[in-house]
Design a binder for this molecule. Structure first.
Ligand code: G3I
Length: 322
């Protein structure tokens, strides 16, 4: 089947320096790249000298951008507003690591400045290269959240602005994004909190500020895929564009049986995605979170399509429906 949606892969910067190893597999299989870390706030924000103002530096993302242009593929932009991988100094009065946190109005100003700057850079310098951006990442969590399930723990966005930082981020993103760039909310374990997500995004949706939901899809063999599929359908039924943005499927130990099961999981997920696209559903992208097991953030669970020697695993054959 000719793909009706983007088939993507997350790539850490060093892979672009070892393209002879990783390039062949990447270019043969994928037509969308996500930077694994290099477009996150900690990679872009530059701490000012004492008394100065912060700036942005996009050089860490340059290898990915250049390679995407060279290969003629598109990109997802991950991520603008996230409690993690965003330096504390960005939230303090004097931009120092230990300083006192700023008030809501000041932080809203910084949020707008950041979103405007990042979208302005990537969409201004490279029009059409990006098709989706994760405006807000991982903002809902019952265990680590407030009484309404908005993540509070370790979230300086929440602490400075309050729970409507999510709505405000989408408001600014809509102001500064070109029309073709789709604005996404991205989260893990979506199948366990689908109603919570829908409930909290409803204001932004009503006001036309959000386009889609990204299901990260960090799964493990043994998890209930039917539950995953029904959450996906719920998001589509609620009128959201849908993407799987960070797929990997962990196994507890590596043997022929677990590898085969992992292959089955990848096959079922791919079949589901293909089915959605064939039925004309608004499913637009499926990204695998990394290339091979040895370089995965979950390397102890061997969750990807290729092994350490870049050999195809049963997962690859499942994913490619071979
Ligand atoms: O920045 C330092 C660098 O200065 C240092 O040289 C290097 C040495 O190991 O560490 C670097 O930080 C690492 C960072 O990635 C950037 O490479 C951290 O140790 C490492 O923990 C961090 O992990 C990333 C993780 O996000 C951080 O939360 C993973 O690579 C990345 O795959 C993962 O991606 C997230 C998505 O963004 C959101 N969804 C969950 C997903 C998995 O956690």
């Amino acid at each position: 089947m000719e793909n009706k949606y983007y088939l993507g892969v997350a790539l850490p910067a060093y892979m672009f320096g070892r393209w002879e190893t990783f390039g062949p597999v990447v270019t043969e299989n994928f037509n969308s790249y996500t930077c694994e870390n290099e477009m996150k706030p900690e990679a872009i924000l530059v701490k000012p000298e004492a008394g100065g103002e912060p700036s942005m530096d996009f050089k860490r993302s340059m290898p990915a951008v250049q390679r995407a242009i060279e290969e003629g593929v598109k990109m997802r932009l991950h991520t603008l507003v996230w409690h993690s991988q965003t330096p504390r100094w960005f939230f303090t009065k004097d931009y120092s690591d230990e300083g006192e946190l700023v008030d809501r109005e000041t932080m809203l100003g910084r949020m707008e400045w950041y979103i405007k700057g990042v979208l302005g850079h990537f969409c201004g310098e490279y029009p059409g290269l990006f098709y989706a951006v994760d405006v807000v990442n991982e903002a809902f969590d019952v265990g680590d959240g407030d009484e309404n399930g908005v993540r509070k723990k370790n979230s300086l966005w929440y602490e400075t602005i309050g729970p409507d930082f999510i709505y405000m981020a989408f408001k600014y993103a809509r102001m500064y994004a070109p029309e073709y760039l789709k604005l996404f909310y991205n989260d893990y374990s979506c199948m366990y909190k689908d109603d919570l997500i829908l409930q909290h995004l409803s204001d932004a949706k009503r006001d036309g500020l959000i386009d889609g939901i990204g299901m990260q899809s960090h799964l493990s063999v043994g998890e209930d895929l039917d539950k995953f599929f029904s959450a996906a359908r719920k998001f589509l039924d609620a009128g959201y564009e849908l993407q799987m943005t960070e797929l990997d499927v962990g196994i507890k130990e590596v043997n022929d049986e677990t590898l085969a099961k992992q292959g089955e999981y990848y096959r079922r997920l791919r079949e589901f995605a293909d089915g959605l696209a064939e039925n004309g559903e608004n499913f637009t992208s499926l990204t695998v979170w990394g290339v091979n097991d040895a370089t995965s953030w979950r390397r102890r669970e061997s969750p990807l399509l290729f092994d350490a020697e870049m050999k195809e695993k049963p997962a690859y054959r499942g994913f490619m429906r071979k």
